[in-house]
Design a protein around this ligand. Structure first.
Ligand SMILES: *[C@@H]1O[C@H](CO)[C@@H](O)[C@H](O)[C@H]1NC(C)=O
Ligand SMILES: *[C@@H]1O[C@H](CO)[C@@H](O)[C@H](O)[C@H]1NC(C)=O
Ligand SMILES: *[C@@H]1O[C@H](CO)[C@@H](O)[C@H](O)[C@H]1NC(C)=O
Length: 393
């Protein structure tokens, strides 16, 4: 970008932000979302972390969870013998050397700009659609691998993280795991992964740049009234005081360069029934109480892994928003994005390799997927693509 175009784009950003900030009186809402902090940490990349007393976190505003205390992490599911090297937890803010005291959890502070970007308070923290169906809905495109036909109590994968180009503020690009049960209004999901959005996210957005950030999401009614991203509504109970959901993941993979991975593990506590999230093995982040859910209260019936983008263009050329690394699956290691060592938690709390995953891409000329298997990486796949190209005009 040359100097004059960067001035113009700055001006445009300013105009857009000021026009967005005005119509919504978000300061009251902000006060409801942001809890009183014991300590505040300003991180170098502009995000602010508030250390909130653990029992005052948003989850405990939920009518079903009022007055509860966070549960202790349960025993791990069987079949896990690796113990994590915590250095695979990459977070910019922890590099600052600051941390939240015992008895508190770090929560990324919501700014007026975040809410303005979402367009309205009703859409703030919400996700439009998300789970792949047999048709393409609202421009959401998936390149995924999934299993169904059994009962699942969790899933695990190691995935490499990228910062894909995202063309428009109405679009995003992500790599994630879906834990699913039910359909239609009874669709329940738990979703975890990394997501990139660009600076001004008018329709459904949350963050202010396109760096990949760890996100969590849940819904108990097919993306309608319940659920949200991260800790933006009562639901997810965070127990970890070292990790802030919603802040950038770093470092990230580069084409023909270093490949940086995160390990995500979701599993159901067989005793209490809550769904736990570990980020990096042996490092619990928190849990979704089973009481939040209907169809997902007991078990999941589909586990899906992969990439999703939104193509917000309804006419003209295809979006240039990239999925994964922005390169097609056949380029393989060091170039394409991947999920490896995919496993599910089956009955008796055993972690087991997938059996017969199905791979599918909605628009393989734009973004594709290739499933593979070997001893070291088990079931794994490469996925992604550039969006607009000769075959995807
Ligand atoms: C963890 O990983 C770091 C960086 O790769 C390495 O230096 C360290 O020795 C590892 N620690 C253990 C316990 O494996
Ligand atoms: C799980 O623990 C919470 C908090 O102690 C409790 O309210 C809930 O009833 C428990 N659920 C089950 C199924 O044991
Ligand atoms: C799985 O969950 C459903 C509710 O969605 C329930 O009807 C079914 O009995 C559960 N199956 C098992 C094996 O627990």
């Amino acid at each position: 970008m040359d100097f004059s175009s960067s001035i113009i784009s700055l001006l445009l950003h300013f105009l857009l932000i000021s026009s967005l900030v005005c119509p919504i009186n978000s300061s009251e809402t902000i006060q409801q979302i942001n809890k009183p902090a014991i300590k505040t940490i300003q991180i170098s990349d502009g995000d602010i972390i508030d250390c909130i007393l653990t029992h005052k976190q948003p989850a405990f505003d939920h009518p079903l969870l009022k007055g509860q205390k966070p549960l202790d992490p349960p025993e791990r599911s069987k079949g896990h013998n690796q113990i994590s090297n915590l250095s695979d937890i990459f977070q910019l803010w922890s590099l600052s050397g600051e941390s939240c005291p015992e008895g508190t959890i770090p929560i990324r502070r919501t700014t007026e700009e975040d809410i303005s970007r979402a367009g309205s308070i009703d859409s703030f923290g919400r996700k439009a659609n998300g789970f792949r169906t047999d048709t393409i809905q609202n421009g959401h495109l998936h390149s995924v691998g999934f299993v169904r036909g059994d009962i699942y109590y969790g899933a695990q994968a190691i995935i490499n993280v990228w910062a894909p180009h995202v063309e428009s503020p109405n679009e995003f690009s992500l790599g994630q795991i879906w834990i699913v049960s039910g359909s239609g209004k009874d669709l329940n999901t738990i979703e975890v992964g990394w997501q990139a959005l660009i600076f001004i996210q008018v329709s459904a957005g949350r963050y202010g740049d396109n760096r990949p950030r760890l996100f969590t999401f849940w819904t108990a009614d097919g993306y309608d009234q319940t659920g949200c991203y991260d800790l933006l509504c009562p639901g997810f109970v965070q127990t970890n005081n070292k990790f802030a959901i919603g802040t950038p993941i770093s470092p990230i993979s580069t084409y023909n360069g270093g490949q940086y991975e995160i390990t995500l593990f979701i599993f159901k506590d067989p005793t209490n029934g809550s769904w736990w999230l570990e980020y990096g093995l042996g490092n619990p982040i928190g849990y979704w109480p089973s009481s939040l859910f209907t169809t997902l209260k007991d078990n999941a019936t589909i586990v899906q892994f992969g990439g999703e983008i939104v193509n917000a263009k309804s006419t003209g050329a295809y979006t240039s928003t990239q999925m994964g690394s922005g390169h097609f699956a056949e380029e393989g290691y060091g170039k394409a994005s991947y999920f490896r060592n995919m496993q599910v938690v089956g009955s008796k709390n055993f972690l087991t390799p997938l059996s017969n995953p199905t791979y599918t891409a909605d628009q393989p000329n734009c973004y594709n997927v290739q499933g593979r298997f070997n001893d070291k990486w088990g079931h794994h796949f490469y996925y992604g693509g550039p969006g607009r190209n000769e075959k995807c005009p």
